[in-house]
Design a protein around this ligand. Structure first.
Ligand code: ADP
Length: 521
């Protein structure tokens, strides 16, 4: 029997004893408001009887909501760590099984274990006395990615002809129902706290968010400059970092970076330092690490031939040059390109500071749109009508940005498109690509509310196209008047494989607008 000996109903949740998560609030930075709110849970976990006596109802469940990597798991562990209580962690996806009944059995098991914390005692070092202390003692149950398990129940899609689909949907619903039952039936007086994390609150079944369930929501946001500095300091303290490294400059220049990314930065810098046989992490190692993490892996897995390199160079120079030109001639506040590398085939942008991003106004956003269209525009200037797919990523980002300018940001003549859409539209929710600039991280996971009706939907599409055409036309004429500079920059990039922002500026100085192209021949 294939299944023999496997206990499917057993939840895989790990229990750890007495603050052994080892995480404290001092390990968390940049989300001070959330931490402040969560302090109360620690006070409760430390002394549930007091709360009981005072007649204070503790929160039943707390939903931590926010983009990935901002420290939701970390802060959940810190609560258990501070209070010195066991921490049970499971991912929502672990409950989602194709076998009917398995998910709900796992939920039952997880809750049973949290209520009777008997498993904790299997650690040999715990004395009998401690053992008894553990039973029915406060604990923290943490369900990560709860959206995987508790997505909105589908209702109208129930009758599908696909049997496997039906079974899976049914299983998901049984699991969710079991979770709701457990939440409702839980005696909160016992000092057990439920924490759940999601980055897609919009997908959650509303039943889960009702009073008595996950009725407290705490937003975990990406850190600001000061938060980033504090996070960097925490992670720098765990490695050997030279005192000469100016952490605050990194904190300033990396808007949108989450705690996870900053932690990764320090780790990466440590690896670079080891590779270069430095005794501690130097500023140059940090710079290297930033490059690695921003430029990322090669965008194309294949070695480009000469023609391919030309196309790529054209689009990348087009984007970069557009940003420089807009800065020069229109005083635009856009990111300027620091460096283009043809081998890594991506731009390294000098970023704006937090405030500039947060309060981007219409002209700024339209400039950003033009920058994204610069790749295709450059192709048109150089190759005429013979354009390729080379700038497709930028184009996707551009249409996404244009749509947002017209809809959720309501910057061009406001169009009312918000409101609770009918359920069948909700399921057709469109999640677009990320913008190329880190700034997009501020925009709530790039989600667009679907419009209220199809007529508006069409109108949005039409106006998006109109806006893009208009900005594209402007960009083409901007680059056309700088044809010579564009061509020169492409040539330099192809020769040197790399070009810096200063070199671009130098070329623009030497080849003013309307310079005839033949000077290059
Ligand atoms: P999430 O659960 O929100 O996806 P995690 O808590 O798993 O994010 O974060 C991953 C890692 O990134 C953490 O273990 C920690 O090293 C680092 N990190 C994330 N956010 C923070 C923060 N606010 N302060 C310090 N470190 C952080």
């Amino acid at each position: 029997d294939l299944w023999q000996g496997i206990d499917f109903s057993r939840s895989k949740a790990e229990a750890r004893v007495d603050g052994s998560t080892g995480v404290k609030f001092c390990d968390v930075a940049g989300i001070d408001e959330a931490v402040e709110e969560l302090q109360e849970l620690v006070r409760y976990l430390k002394n549930p009887e007091l709360f009981d006596k005072m007649g204070i109802k503790p929160p039943h469940g707390v939903l931590l909501e926010g983009p990935p990597g901002c420290g939701k798991t970390l802060v959940a562990k810190a609560i258990a760590g501070e209070a010195g209580v066991p921490f049970y962690q499971m991912a929502g996806s672990e409950f989602v099984e194709v076998l009917v009944g398995v998910g709900s059995a796992r939920i039952r098991d997880l809750f049973k274990r949290a209520k009777m914390v008997y498993i904790v005692v299997f650690h040999v070092s715990i004395s009998l006395e401690n053992w008894w202390c553990q039973v029915n003692k406060p604990s923290v149950i943490f369900i990560d990615e709860i959206d995987a398990l508790a997505t909105r129940r589908q209702g109208i899609f129930k009758e599908s002809s696909d049997q496997l689909y039906n079974a899976a949907t049914q299983e998901r619903e049984t699991t969710l129902n079991q979770l709701l039952i457990e939440l409702d039936g839980f005696d909160t007086g016992k000092g057990v706290i439920f924490l759940a994390a999601t980055n897609r609150k919009d997908l959650l079944d509303p039943a889960l968010l009702r009073p008595g369930r996950f009725d407290r929501k705490i937003r975990i946001r990406p850190p600001g400059a000061k938060g980033r500095l504090d996070i960097l300091k925490i992670h720098a303290s765990k490695v050997k970092m030279s005192d000469s490294v100016d952490l605050s400059s990194y904190a300033q220049n990396l808007p949108g970076w989450t705690g996870a990314k900053l932690a990764q930065l320090v780790q990466e810098a440590a690896l670079v330092a080891v590779r270069k046989r430095h005794n501690s992490i130097l500023q140059s190692d940090m710079d290297d690490a930033v490059d690695r993490l921003t430029v990322g892996p090669k965008r194309v897995g294949i070695e480009l031939g000469y023609q391919g390199q030309c196309r790529r160079a054209t689009t990348e120079v087009g984007v970069a040059l557009t940003s420089h030109l807009l800065r020069r001639h229109e005083n635009a506040i856009v990111e300027c390109c620091d460096r283009i590398s043809i081998t890594l085939s991506q731009l390294v942008f000098h970023r704006l500071d937090d405030e500039a991003y947060m309060f981007e106004r219409e002209p700024q956003l339209l400039h950003r749109l033009q920058v994204l269209l610069g790749g295709r525009a450059a192709e048109e200037v150089i190759y005429g009508r013979d354009t390729s797919k080379a700038s497709v990523d930028y184009l996707a980002s551009a249409s996404w940005l244009a749509r947002k300018i017209l809809t959720i940001w309501n910057l061009e003549n406001p169009m009312v498109i918000h409101g609770e859409p009918p359920p069948w539209r909700k399921s057709a929710r469109f999640v677009g690509p990320r913008l190329d600039f880190e700034g997009s991280l501020y925009d709530d996971y790039n989600l667009i509310e679907p419009p209220l009706n199809f007529k508006l939907d069409d109108e949005v599409a039409e106006r998006t196209e109109e806006l893009i055409r208009k900005m594209y036309g402007k960009t083409v004429s901007l680059l056309r008047s700088h044809h010579a500079a564009l061509l020169k920059a492409i040539k330099v990039l192809l020769n040197q494989k790399e070009i810096s922002g200063e070199e671009l500026d130098f070329i623009l100085n030497n080849y003013p607008p309307q310079t005839p192209v033949r000077v290059l021949e």
